[in-house]
Design a protein around this ligand. Structure first.
Ligand code: ZN
Length: 283
């Protein structure tokens, strides 16, 4: 599943081709993608005729920000929020490019290009909000935790010291810290020397601080590398990310620990496979 660095890479790559363009059409080859409004007509009413003002990311959501509607120039901007889920992808298609097989939604632009959202597994969603306030009021959005670099050590400390849950499960909880999934949780826990099953409140303040620092550093390195490609993730240019070549532990059970050489082990925490070093990440 694309996590924070992958969605950030996609947003940055899409922005130059989209910002300033007018949305002139909407094709929905697969109506299941529309999570709200759920009909093409209602979705189009929010999205069409507006200019794209920014392409951004919040947690694992890709946000296409739109300006005011031309019939209400002093009105609010709108937002389309895409959740890529397992296999969502974006690319910008030229005027004569054939629609890809797995296209689920296309935003037609005034320069003849289209933003194409395709998705092999069909879990991805698109939502249109008629104002920033409507986006902020979306229950999922409203409960998202801070971005890793907006999380203060004090807030992280306060959030973890009350929890009895295992630290790996806490890192995957999007209401605690946004955008961290299985890959970056495993890599951060290794970098901080924290066992994934450690109850949050048993971590020392020094370990909690080290863990937040590790999350921020690992995510920054992953963004710099263009994200991680395990299976399906590609940038809008169709190229793979590069951070999978820098993994210390993720997906490497049985291989030697890059720090101590002992074979890496794995176990399930919160239903997800966690790979760790039994020597460097003691409970
Ligand atoms: Zn080790």
């Amino acid at each position: 599943m694309p996590e924070l660095p992958e969605v950030e890479t996609i947003a940055r790559a899409l922005a130059p081709g989209l910002v300033g363009r007018l949305v002139t059409g909407l094709d929905v080859p697969d109506a299941k993608v529309l999570a709200g409004p759920k009909t093409r007509a209602a979705f189009a009413k929010v999205a069409l005729g507006r200019a794209i003002t920014a392409v951004a990311r919040r947690a694992k959501l890709l946000l296409v920000h739109l300006g005011p509607h031309p019939e209400a120039p002093s009105g609010p901007g709108a937002v389309i929020a895409f959740h890529l889920k397992m296999t969502g992808r974006f690319h910008i298609a030229g005027p004569h490019d054939p629609a890809p097989d797995r296209a689920r939604l296309l935003l037609r632009l005034d320069d003849g290009h289209s933003l194409v959202f395709s998705d092999l597994r069909r879990f991805g969603t698109a939502r249109a909000f008629a104002s920033p306030e409507a986006l902020a009021a979306w229950d999922f959005y409203a409960t998202l935790g801070p971005e890793p670099w907006d999380m203060t050590p004090q807030a992280f400390e306060a959030a973890l010291c009350r929890r009895t849950t295992r630290v790996k499960a806490a890192l995957l909880d999007q209401t605690l810290i946004a955008g961290v999934g299985n890959i970056y949780a495993d890599e951060s826990l290794f970098a901080a020397g924290v066992h994934p099953e450690t109850p949050c409140r048993d971590l020392s303040p020094a370990k909690r601080a080290a863990l937040l620092g590790a999350i921020q550093a690992v995510i920054a390195r992953a963004i710099a590398a263009g994200g991680s490609t395990i299976r399906d993730y590609r940038t809008p240019d169709g190229v793979e990310g590069g951070f999978q070549n820098e993994f210390s532990v993720y997906g490497k059970a049985g291989e030697p620990c890059p720090a101590c050489g002992r074979p890496l082990d794995s176990l399930k925490v919160a239903g997800r496979t966690s790979t760790f070093c039994p020597r460097c990440q003691k409970k």
